[in-house]
Design a binder for this molecule. Structure first.
Ligand code: URA
Length: 237
């Protein structure tokens, strides 16, 4: 790959800006200063560095974010802040997108990647990737609701959901629950509770497949997935 393309792809600026870096002797290949933008390099075999820091070539990026409320799970929005706006410019450069959507007021686990194949795997209804949500519910959630959810409930548009596993964590003064579902219909958790006459007042996704939200991440924070987490998602979502 051409040196200027590699550096531009890795977020070191436009081709023009990269040329400036080369001119300033900021770039070395295997320890030798290089000025030739057209030089062909193999980033896996050769040590390409900028200001002494090695450029590790990656095509795909994988992040987990603790999505805060008030932010849209989309790549752009005319009015509201998006989850992409919360990423560092160097990470935005890879053009990641959120894998699935959380509502504006929902918090919690959101995977962002530019790997379309993994995103498809995680979102495909055929893969039945379980998603676990923690929620506060206005009103008392009952064992009858647990049974109804286990059979599947009818949403406002007549759609019958697949079975959901509802666990009551606390039932007074407001209910706290955990719900596992394998689908991702629009506002699904909220609409499932509406179908039994109850309202979700707080919603947070805590896991997706084998991937659990890192509870060290504050709202709005994100980090790269570890190799182990990525492996789990890729092989056994
Ligand atoms: N279900 C909802 O109702 N909202 C979400 O954001 C995710 C699942």
């Amino acid at each position: 790959m051409r040196l200027d393309k590699l550096l531009a792809n890795m977020g070191y600026g436009s081709r023009k800006e990269v040329k400036q870096l080369l001119k300033q002797k900021a770039v070395t290949v295997d320890g030798a200063s290089v000025k030739d933008a057209a030089m062909h390099v193999d980033p896996e075999q050769q040590n390409v560095s900028v200001y002494g820091e090695r450029v590790v070539y990656t095509e795909f990026v994988y992040f987990m974010m603790n999505k805060p409320p008030g932010v849209i799970s989309a790549t752009e929005d005319l009015r509201d802040e998006t989850v992409i706006d919360l990423l560092e410019p160097l990470d935005q450069h890879f053009q990641p997108f959120p894998v699935g959507r959380l509502d504006k007021d929902t918090e919690g686990l959101l995977v962002l990647t530019n790997d379309g194949i993994l995103a498809h795997k995680l979102l495909s209804p055929k893969k039945h990737v379980p998603k676990v949500y923690y929620a506060h519910i206005e009103g008392v959630v009952t064992e009858e609701d647990v049974e109804k959810f286990a059979e599947g409930v009818e949403l406002d548009d007549g759609y019958m959901t697949k079975p959901g596993k509802l666990v009551i964590l606390k039932s007074a003064p407001q209910s706290e629950i955990e719900l596992t579902i394998q689908e991702g219909k629009f506002h699904q958790v909220k609409r499932m509770f509406e179908s039994v006459g109850k309202r979700v007042t707080y919603l947070k996704r805590i896991s997706m497949g084998n991937l659990k939200l890192d509870d060290h991440l504050a709202l709005g924070e994100y980090r790269e997935l570890t190799a182990e987490e990525l492996n789990c998602l890729q092989n056994n979502p």
